[in-house]
Design a protein around this ligand. Structure first.
Ligand SMILES: *Cc1c(COP(=O)(O)O)cnc(C)c1O
Length: 372
């Protein structure tokens, strides 16, 4: 029995004929750049997001950068983001000469603490970037209210929460990525909808904005060799689009598989004293990009070494919050106690679409047997 954090090989094997045919058709056409499969996948992506406009690009980090370029943020503008997240968000803010303004996250959801946002807004603030971490939506309703009251844009980073659904207090349900001005996602292989290389996309309900995004992602040109805006070169490969258009049809079944794993872990591990299982917010579904335990009073490195000796891999997402990273620490000298504590106590255990009961039972048994 081999246990891995993700099993892309097993997942591929189950849909091999469909995938191979999709790749072969691109090879036969040799339309490697902007082949017809890109537009086909963009249509599928739009349908998946209730008809919102979808523009693909080279990766999720580019998607965030293009979003900020499309909204005309200028050097010196401030963008608010959570400090406990992947670096991509802060990186593009810095690259564009904007100022990242950090906020802490909630202890339970690990998502942006909306109650701390208001006090960070200044006359220079232009946007808030909630990251729907590990597969669960940030608390969007109050965040959207703050943004609309203060005339700010919301850019959702939903790279880890593809197809997560948020329920508003009036009962409306919206998908991650469709609630703010622009939603940015990634198709990195291990993401819930992943391709076989790099890929990303932007979603927006605004047609003019979608067109501008498309122009920016394509060297700022609408007509070839006529550049109306400063753009970037960020394209989804045709082969990746063809793969994604096959995989998006399976994404709901992938989600169910992850859900089953999470339910199994919840049931087996919720009683253990030294770790807390993931909190499930009442207003969002959880698509379990990661299944992350919060350890209490145990040495994380010892726990990981024990699991490793039993051939159970683990990962730490994320070992250092943004404000303590060498590249970003000058931006904000404040302390963010919850993120600092989480970065020391979280540990993610295997969750993917190919896990079977035997693996799950083994992992849970080993975890339950652990003594610090
Ligand atoms: C994966 C990820 C990204 C970036 O995606 P890439 O395609 O690797 O550039 C951005 N934000 C979050 C939260 C991610 O998990």
């Amino acid at each position: 029995m081999k246990i891995s954090m993700v099993d892309l090989r097993g997942q591929y094997q189950r849909i091999k004929p469909e995938i191979d045919q999709a790749i072969q058709s691109v090879l036969d056409s040799t339309a490697f750049i902007k082949g017809p499969q890109v537009a086909v996948f963009e249509k599928s992506l739009s349908d998946f997001h209730d008809g919102a406009f979808a523009v693909t690009c080279g990766n999720g980090t580019d998607a965030l950068q293009i979003a900020m370029m499309a909204l005309d943020f200028k050097p010196g503008d401030e963008v608010i983001l959570p400090v406990f997240t992947y670096v991509a968000t802060a990186e593009v803010i810095a690259l564009l000469g904007l100022k990242p303004v950090f906020v802490d996250v909630c202890e339970d959801t690990f998502n942006i603490d909306v109650s701390q946002v208001e006090s960070k807004i200044t006359s220079k603030t232009v946007a808030i970037v909630p990251v729907h971490l590990f597969g669960q939506c940030a608390d969007m309703e109050p965040l959207l209210k703050v943004a609309s009251d203060r005339n700010l844009h919301i850019i959702e980073d939903y790279a880890q929460a593809f197809d997560a659904k948020y329920t508003f207090s009036d009962g409306r349900v919206m998908k991650a990525g469709t609630m703010g001005a622009i939603g940015c996602t990634s198709f990195f292989p291990s993401k819930n909808l992943g391709c076989y290389g790099d890929g990303g996309a932007l979603i927006t309900g605004n047609k003019a904005l979608a067109e501008k995004i498309k122009v920016i992602a394509n060297h700022g040109q609408r007509v070839k060799y006529y550049h109306e805006l400063v753009g970037v070169n960020s394209r989804l490969d045709t082969i990746q689009a063809a793969i994604l258009d096959v995989k998006i049809k399976h994404v709901e079944s992938y989600e169910q598989s992850r859900q089953k794993v999470a339910d199994y872990y919840d049931k087996e591990l919720s009683g253990i004293e030294f770790a807390q299982t993931p909190f499930r917010a009442g207003n969002s579904t959880h698509v379990f990009h990661q299944y992350t335990l919060k350890l209490k009073d145990v040495d994380r490195e010892k726990f990981r070494a024990y699991l490793d000796s039993n051939k159970i891999p683990t990962m730490i997402y994320y070992p250092l919050p943004l404000h303590l990273q060498e590249a970003y620490k000058k931006q904000d000298r404040q302390a963010f106690p919850i993120s600092e504590e989480l970065s020391k106590s979280v540990v993610s255990i295997p969750i993917h679409t190919e896990m079977d009961e035997e693996q799950l039972s083994y992992i849970c048994t080993k975890i339950k047997e652990y003594e610090d």
